[in-house]
Ligand binder design. Sequence first.
Ligand code: DGP
Length: 112
Amino acid sequence: MDCIFCKIANRELGTELVYESDDVVAFPDIHPQAPVHILIIPKKHLANIGEIGPGDEGLLDQIGAAVKELAAKYQLDDGYRLVTNCGPAGGQTVPHLHFHLLGGRELSWPPG
Ligand code: DGP
C-alpha cells in the first residue's frame, strides 16, 4: 500500500520518531501549526478513526499514553489540543489515522 504514514511508521523515510510503543509512533508534522505539532499514529493502517474495530482493543489507550508522555516531553504544562480530522469535510488530507498534538501557543476556538 502506498501510504506515506505507513512508510514513516516503518522507518522507510528517515523521519524522526519522537515516540514509539508497540502499536503507535509519533513524529513532528511537516507543516507545523504551533511551536509543538506532533502527529500520533497507529502503526497499523487505519484510514481514519471510524475504522477502529475488533482487533484494535487497547489502541486508544496507547494513543492516550503517547499524549501524556509527549505533553510531558514538550512541557505543555499550560495545555494543548488533541484533534483528529476525519474525511474530506473534516479536513483530513492523509488517509491514515492520526492525531494532531498541538501546543506551545494559545489556541483559539472554534477552529476554522
Ligand atoms: P490532516 O489534514 O489532518 O490529514 O493532516 C495531515 C498532516 O500530515 C498535515 O498537517 C501535514 C502532515 N504531513 C503530510 N505529509 C507528511 C510527511 O511526509 N511527513 C510529515 N512529518 N508530516 C506530513
